[in-house]
Ligand binder design. Sequence first.
Ligand code: ADP
Ligand code: MG
Ligand code: ZN
Length: 502
Amino acid sequence: MRNVREVLRDWEAVIGLEVHTELTTLKTKMFCDCRLSHDDPPNTNVCPVCLGMPGALPVPNERAIEAIVMAGIATDCQIQRRSYFYRKHYFYPDMSKNYQTTQGPVAFCMHGHLDLEVTGQGAEERPEFTVEKAAGGSYVVPIRILRIHMEEDAAKMVHVGGTEGRITSASESLIDYNRCGTPLIELVTEPDLRTPEEARLFMEQLRQTFRTLGISDCSLENGSMRCDGNVSIRRRGDERLGTKTEMKNLNSFKALHDALAYEICRQAEVLEEGGVVCQETRHWEPSRRRTVVMRAKETSDDYRMYPDPDLAPFDLSDEFIERCRARVPELPLAKRDRYVADYGLKRADAAQIASNPAVAAIFEEVVVAVAKDVIPTVANVVVNLLPATRAVTAAQVASLADLLANNTITFAAAREVLETVDGTDANPETVVDERGMRQSTDTDALKTTVDEVLIRCADQVRQYREGNRRVIGFLVGQCMKASHGTGNPKLFNQLLRERLKG
Ligand code: ADP
Ligand code: MG
Ligand code: ZN
């Protein structure tokens, strides 16, 4: 099979995602007060409501409605004043009620969008959607969101004794109803994505958004965020959509990307050989890097959907919606733009800091504690040194940035200082003094170090003289090491070149 990049030269891919997110930060289930927990022994958090015993009556969880409204506001959806819960019927042991409570044609949140910023490659693949060329060759595309609706999760099933946990080959299936009735929001995009890479970026950005809202831990690995990928292809220039297939079991960003890429290539091969793509649900097998048919696509008629007579139409007051709006924090993209505008950060640095709420919180705490001209150094430390640490305080980062900005220490020394103070309440400046790490501008001392290094590294010296100028980087590194990070790398570079000339 050809690779996806080649295929996408002839064909255009059309991708839409359906994303289920468990509201893991809530304490209780959607329609009863059973505890939500991933850690309890199987089948301990259950009651007549979530098991669907006759006569048990559901009561919606207000916290869950708040969470979905916040998700809708964050994605610019129209929040519906009145919406409905429906029963979606199916027979499978993971739902002992034999129907799932979900929403019908009108969901709490309708017609929003999430703006996707794609850097570099891919821009040329979708000129018709490009609304804004952003800095550095990236482009911004609003991915339309059809709806976000509320539903409940089913029980967790484990199929034992087969291959890849698939039911068809299993000898036994185990059911844990603890997960049954977990509040779940399903977000459905319009088919606006064009490449597997865009689909992956969309998921990453959605995850950042939901995490910032604090409504879920959004773990693809643990299944608290799950994604189905729908994809079809059409000849470039065609307006009509092709027949799509839907892929389940995409439990990592890589699986999402690779499954879509595989499926695009498979469909192209089918069509190029004169065949037709069947509308069906397929299963991604990561170990064999292929998709296989699960079932022919069911239609909504199969589910006998109708409004749940146990749940009244749901009315949201303006006051409730405004309360939710007030609880939506600043989102990562807005945060990034503010960092660029207010602090003059590079866009990529700003984006990296803004994408992680914990990192952004430290950054903001440090920024108010330092002088304005130290802020770029703070960003440098936060982007390059902070990720390797476990527990560094804002005060420590501020002090370290000051030491760097006024050239008291080198970057190499800063790394060592941060490692030392990590997890303690030690003051970086004290560490610098105790270890004699102040940057040396004493040229004679540096020259001594350079000479030592040149003697030790005769091999590299020979290579340099033979024309391999790149070994200078290695030699500078050796000098930095020998001086315990106190020498200035620029000065070392200069001194080395002078010595090597002769
Ligand atoms: P279904 O009824 O099969 O679930 P939907 O209309 O609900 O289909 O769409 C499900 C998802 O598939 C949505 O994300 C939508 O954007 C996407 N989708 C719909 N038609 C196509 C298509 N022809 N190609 C790719 N994706 C599509
Ligand atoms: Mg669907
Ligand atoms: Zn219950």
